[in-house]
Design a protein around this ligand. Structure first.
Ligand SMILES: Nc1ncnc2c1ncn2[C@@H]1O[C@H](COP(=O)(O)OP(=O)(O)O)[C@@H](O)[C@H]1O
Ligand SMILES: O=C(O)C1=C[C@@H](OP(=O)(O)O)[C@@H](O)[C@H](O)C1
Ligand SMILES: [Mg+2]
Length: 193
């Protein structure tokens, strides 16, 4: 392989030891890639992967849709906070949060204390297409997904901004590009510590 080819294919280096026990938490709107990019990122870094939604479903023995329908959003948010706080008490991991996790001030505080928090962003049009591929998101089932996501983006922007240590634009393109962008942001973060 030539030097030029090696440079192009080499993934950005980031040593998880630099986290010093903190986790990498992904925040951002539905469909931005927290779950799928997070899983791939964890594999690249050799860290465990946890998805807060999956943990809530396991704890409640109900799907997210059934939790919203049977217990209500407030109960879901309370469970979401408990799950994220518990996960962040554990060793370094890549943690995919749900899109509304940052609404809780205590969750934002826990993220500040225990994670490097990365806000993944993309245009609402991209999010609407991705987030409706599966019928699992109760907040998108009764109204125009693009309108809901545009409104949620405006309403949640201050909370994402407050919680975030790093911002990564994911845009269109394959998952691998988003993973590389996150790794590059982490390397920058490590360099300015
Ligand atoms: N960067 C990306 N490139 C292409 N497809 C993506 C990307 N990020 C997410 N997707 C796709 O969008 C959908 C929603 O992604 P998901 O990881 O569940 O988002 P989130 O957990 O943020 O709601 C999935 O089908 C996923 O494969
Ligand atoms: O934005 C939200 O309020 C939600 C996002 C979902 O997770 P994803 O962001 O992983 O889709 C899930 O937690 C629930 O449907 C509510
Ligand atoms: Mg998800």
């Amino acid at each position: 392989m030539t030097d030029a080819a090696a440079k192009i294919s080499a993934p950005p280096a980031f040593d998880p030891a630099l986290l010093q026990g903190r986790s990498i938490a992904l925040i951002g709107l539905m469909g931005v890639g927290k779950t799928t990019v997070g899983r791939r990122l964890a594999r690249r870094l050799g860290l465990p992967f946890r998805d807060a939604d999956a943990e809530i479903e396991a704890a409640a023995r109900l799907s997210i849709a059934d939790i919203f329908a049977e217990l209500g959003e407030a109960e879901f948010r309370a469970g979401e906070h408990r799950v994220i706080r518990r996960l962040l008490e554990g060793p370094s991991q890549v943690l995919a949060t749900g899109g509304g996790a940052v609404l809780n001030a205590e969750t934002r505080k826990a993220l500040k204390a225990r994670a490097v928090t990365i806000w993944l962003r993309a245009e609402p049009e991209v999010l609407a297409e991705r987030a409706t591929r599966r019928d699992t998101r109760p907040l998108l089932k009764d109204a125009d997904p693009l309108a809901v996501l545009t409104r949620l983006q405006q309403a949640r922007e201050p909370f994402y901004r407050e919680a975030a240590d790093l911002i990564v634009e994911t845009g269109a393109g394959p998952h691998s590009r988003a993973v590389d962008a996150v790794l590059a942001a982490l390397s920058q973060w490590a360099g300015r510590k």
